[in-house]
Design a protein around this ligand. Structure first.
Ligand code: CAA
Length: 262
């Protein structure tokens, strides 16, 4: 059952090692106001710090993953208010988590909603997914990382088209563009598929998983030679773990490894 202190998200454990965070502000299509966002980031951080959790899934409703930042809440902000409060700076929360996050996207993922999903490590979409950066229609631009993360993910011209026209793309186009890993067409649905994937990731050595995520993310920050060096050093460091000894010994002994996450 969800902790009483989260008003706008439901936290559950569909598997002992998986936390499922469901955005739950249905009458605003999960538009992200400050209170909602605080709940999302606290729930994610709590799961990230929980030693029993190996991976997180974030999802919304069938109709909307999240329809963006809350337009009603921000419409009267002045430049000074936005600037001095560093509006949206706290949106980097998912990107800063150390354990993997899988986003299960159904329905609308627009503006800040897509920017939230783009911070996940793996994106799965339902056939109903509609993704876009419609901020241009509000007289602004994406402010939660959309221009940067999309450009790295799907390239300049596709990003320009999305950001400059606000066109909303469907699940199939998102899959073709490599914006999502895949469209889940099975009856059991996208959340189930995401939980399954999270359970698989959570079944691995947690030390190795965190290192793998850290190394892949370095590819977006470092030059190739720096990135390769960073990867190699992390790889070297894993020889100091029990799980490396166990994993390689288990292979040689033709048995399944038993991870201790140490
Ligand atoms: N902010 C505040 N409220 C929102 C919202 C948002 N982003 N998106 C939807 N809602 C509210 C609607 O105002 C409506 O509330 P009321 O019933 O009180 O009027 C309720 O959610 C249901 O929405 P609709 O009646 O509009 O539902 P629909 O099915 O007709 O349309 C939609 C769905 C196409 C997603 C439409 O709601 C829409 O265009 N939403 C805005 C999308 C958008 O522009 N997002 C970008 C926001 S800016 C941003 O995110 C900046 C950033 O980079 C961080």
């Amino acid at each position: 059952s969800p902790p009483a202190y989260y008003k706008n998200v439901i936290v559950s454990k569909p598997d002992p090692a998986v936390a499922l965070i469901t955005l739950n502000r249905p009458n605003a299509l999960n538009a992200l106001n400050a209170a909602h966002f605080d709940d999302i980031s606290s729930a994610l951080r709590e799961a990230d710090e929980d030693p029993t959790i190996g991976a997180m899934v974030i999802t919304g409703s069938d109709k909307a993953f999240a329809a963006g930042a809350d337009i009603k809440e921000m419409k009267d902000k002045t430049f000074a208010e936005a600037y001095m409060s560093n509006f949206l700076a706290n949106w980097e929360v998912i990107a800063k988590l150390r354990k993997p996050v899988i986003a299960a996207v159904s329905g609308y993922a627009l503006g800040g909603g897509l920017e939230l999903a783009l911070q996940a490590d793996i994106l799965l979409a339902a056939p109903s997914a509609k993704l876009g950066q419609p901020e241009i229609n509000l007289g602004v631009i994406p402010g939660g990382g959309g221009t940067q993360r999309l450009a790295r993910l799907i390239g300049k011209s596709r990003t320009m088209e999305m950001v400059l026209t606000g066109r909303i793309i469907d699940a199939e186009e998102a899959e073709r563009w490599g914006l999502v890993n895949k469209v889940v067409r099975e009856e059991s649905g996208v959340v189930d598929a995401a939980i399954k994937l999270a359970r698989e990731v959570a079944s691995k050595s947690r030390v190795a998983v965190v290192a793998g995520k850290e190394a892949v993310n370095a590819a977006f920050e470092l030059s190739l030679s720096e990135g390769l060096r960073f990867e190699r050093r992390l790889f070297h460091s894993l020889f100091a773990t029990e799980d490396q000894k166990e994993g390689m010994t288990a292979f040689v002994e033709k048995r399944k490894p038993k991870w201790t996450h140490s």
